[in-house]
Design a protein around this ligand. Structure first.
Ligand code: TYD
Length: 138
């Protein structure tokens, strides 16, 4: 069972240049899974919240390509909030972590790399169901 301790910020390579910075990821590094899908969230109206679910199997890696937003992570026992606002840092989130995204700045672009193609069956969209799937005890 994963905990929010397994979720972590990973620094990405950054090639500084007078012409502008360049950052990249490659298969398997430093994102700790093989990327099968990429999607991005943008044009988020002020005050809106995204996410609000967990995944049975899916692992994800979040990058703030522009602007900033907060990711709240919840493993059923503990919560933590991670703010993303730099394009050369990403947040790795393992499966079975409830998450939501909020406090999007104007023009924020959240890119998410995912370990699997889209599957609605992988979502846990009901928080009570999620809590029941988390093992009890320490
Ligand atoms: P959802 O994952 O619920 O959004 P978020 O967690 O970012 O708030 O997805 C919203 C809708 O988009 C839902 O109908 C499923 C669809 N969708 C896809 O078709 N493919 C995808 O890769 C993703 C992430 C979502």
């Amino acid at each position: 069972m994963n905990t929010i301790r397994e979720a972590r910020i990973i620094q990405l390579p950054k090639i500084p240049d007078d012409r502008g910075n360049l950052t990249f990821v490659e298969a398997g590094r430093p994102v700790p899974f093989i990327i099968q899908r990429t999607y991005w969230i943008y044009d988020v109206p002020g005050g809106e919240v995204r996410g609000g679910h967990a995944y049975r199997e899916l692992q994800e890696f979040f990058v703030a390509l522009s602007g900033s937003f907060d990711v709240t992570l919840d493993d059923g026992k503990e919560r933590k909030v991670v703010s993303l606002n730099r394009s050369h840092f990403g947040l790795y989130v393992p499966n079975m972590i409830w998450r939501h995204l909020e406090n999007f700045s104007t023009n924020a672009v959240c890119m998410i790399m995912a370990s699997m193609t889209y599957s609605e069956k992988d979502y846990i969209r009901d928080y009570e169901s999620f809590i029941h799937m988390v093992p009890k005890g320490e």
